[in-house]
Design a protein around this ligand. Structure first.
Ligand SMILES: Nc1ncnc2c1ncn2[C@@H]1O[C@H](COP(=O)(O)OP(=O)(O)OP(=O)(O)O)[C@@H](O)[C@H]1O
Ligand SMILES: [Mg+2]
Length: 233
């Protein structure tokens, strides 16, 4: 597999013919292709076991593909379904410091903690113990961690699956805002099983049997999948 940035002029991420088989023999990705055309909120739907999380592990470098090309000119950050799996330190500020590039001065670190907390609507919570945060606040702290790390592409693996509707809305609005801000808008690739979330996407695609289809508008994909919602996608 090759991993280069030189072949990317416009797209942020491009995957060409990637295949991956787990050591046990399960083929999770089968000549998979995907292109993220630019900043924005891009959504990926697919039934259980269709290969979505495996794809994220390959994009983030946790797994190496057996075949194919991964071209990414920015460093990706993963946000998991359960924020407890990625928040490691006891307070908001200390956890964010852990995510920051090591070359920053102490003053730059302090400034960045403040600014990333503002970006995710957690202003002033730097010294808050993690266990006092709500589920939605924890998930937005996980987003702040991704921002603190300088990532320009967020890989969100069902980030709202464990949240109540209000917190779900808060996380979705926060990511949307980050993807559409004037300065340095982010690209987010968001896995969801909740078809109503597709309405917020700038583009959406379906993953099936280790392969990814074309981009549609979120609304279009929702309408085509809703009749199947009672069946496996
Ligand atoms: N660590 C692993 N070892 C072996 N097989 C795995 C492993 N993780 C996933 N698989 C298999 O790879 C295939 C794709 O799994 P993956 O987790 O990528 O699917 P998914 O689309 O994220 O599903 P879900 O919607 O349930 O999260 C499945 O057949 C799964 O059983
Ligand atoms: Mg998964």
């Amino acid at each position: 597999m090759t991993n280069t940035s030189s072949q990317l002029s416009e797209v942020i991420l491009k995957i060409e013919n990637i295949s991956f088989t787990w050591p046990c023999g399960t083929k999770a990705l089968d000549n998979c292709n995907l292109s993220i055309p630019g900043p924005g909120l891009w959504m990926l739907v697919g039934s259980n076991g269709s290969g979505k999380s495996t794809l994220f592990r390959i994009i983030s470098g946790l797994l190496k593909a057996d075949h194919g090309k991964l071209m990414c000119n920015v460093s990706p950050a993963l946000v998991f379904q359960n924020p407890d799996h990625q928040i490691l330190l006891p307070s908001c500020g200390s956890d964010l410091l852990l995510n920051m590039p090591t070359h920053l001065s102490n003053q730059e670190r302090k400034t960045r903690v403040k600014s990333v907390l503002e970006e995710v609507d957690l202003s002033g919570l730097s010294s808050r113990p993690i266990h006092t945060l709500s589920g939605g606040q924890k998930q937005r702290l996980a987003l702040a961690g991704a921002l603190a790390s300088d990532s320009k592409i967020l890989l969100l693996d069902e980030p709202t699956a464990l949240l109540d509707p209000e917190s779900q809305d808060g996380v979705l609005k926060t990511v949307k805002k980050l993807c559409h801000r004037k300065k340095d808008p982010l690209a987010a690739l968001w896995i969801t099983h909740r078809l109503e979330e597709l309405e917020h996407a700038d583009g959406a695609t379906r993953m099936k049997n280790g392969q990814i289809g074309a981009w549609y508008s979120g609304h279009q994909l929702r309408k085509s999948l809703e009749p199947l919602a009672v069946l496996p996608l």
